[in-house]
Write a protein that binds this ligand. Structure first.
Ligand code: 5GP
Length: 184
């Protein structure tokens, strides 16, 4: 049976880096490309990093029932399109969703069999250092993301698997173990 893996945790915790490492080690996995109303960052490609949608188009697709889950995050909307998920599940291809906590909850309600992993920072201070160091967001946006992160960290106990991303290699080993155990 195809498995769905939800990787969640606060912005800046290293979900993207861990998922890239995981997918290099587990080539059976495919990544669901999310939709968002936020503007592309330099270097981001439409259809590859995200499906970048206008607010009108996003809302139209919500009303059409095109999303498995969707949520507002730091003033923008993000969501998983059914088309990204369902064709892979039907074809037996295991799929990874990189989403925030509200979306993870919606997936848990709709698909309790999905495997959910929360990636936690060693501390909020470490998260701040990473968000600032990443350089993708201005000071205001970093602050917005840290405020959300404070709430998201309280959600940790809801998750069957929690991986603390202190040392990247160790966190990647742990994440790979969890995923491989489910796939085999
Ligand atoms: P960013 O703007 O940094 O790319 O993403 C902001 C947050 O939205 C991150 O925590 C990211 O994991 C989350 N996110 C990305 N795609 C989705 C999605 O499809 N659904 C939900 N609920 N969150 C998403």
């Amino acid at each position: 049976m195809a498995r769905v893996f939800v990787i969640t945790g606060p912005s800046g915790v290293g979900k993207g880096t861990l998922i890239r490492g995981l997918m290099a080690r587990e080539p059976r996995l495919e990544l669901s490309v999310s939709a968002t109303t936020r503007a592309p960052r330099p270097g981001e490609q439409d259809g590859v990093d995200y499906h970048f949608l206008s607010r009108e188009e996003f809302d139209r697709r919500v009303a059409a029932g095109d999303f498995v889950e969707h949520a507002d995050y730091a003033g923008r909307s993000y969501g998983t399109l059914r088309s990204e998920l369902e064709r892979r599940v039907r074809a037996g291809v295991p799929v990874v969703l990189e989403i925030e906590v509200q979306g993870a909850r919606q997936v848990r309600a709709a698909m309790p069999e999905a495997v959910q992993v929360f990636i936690a920072p060693p501390s909020l201070d470490a998260l701040r250092t990473r968000l600032v160091g990443r350089g993708t967001d201005d000071a205001e946006e970093v602050q917005r993301r840290l405020t959300v992160a404070g709430h998201e960290l309280h959600a940790q106990p809801e998750f069957a698997h929690v991986v603390v991303n202190d040392r990247l290699e160790e966190a990647l080993d742990r994440l790979t173990e969890i995923v491989t155990a489910e796939l085999d």
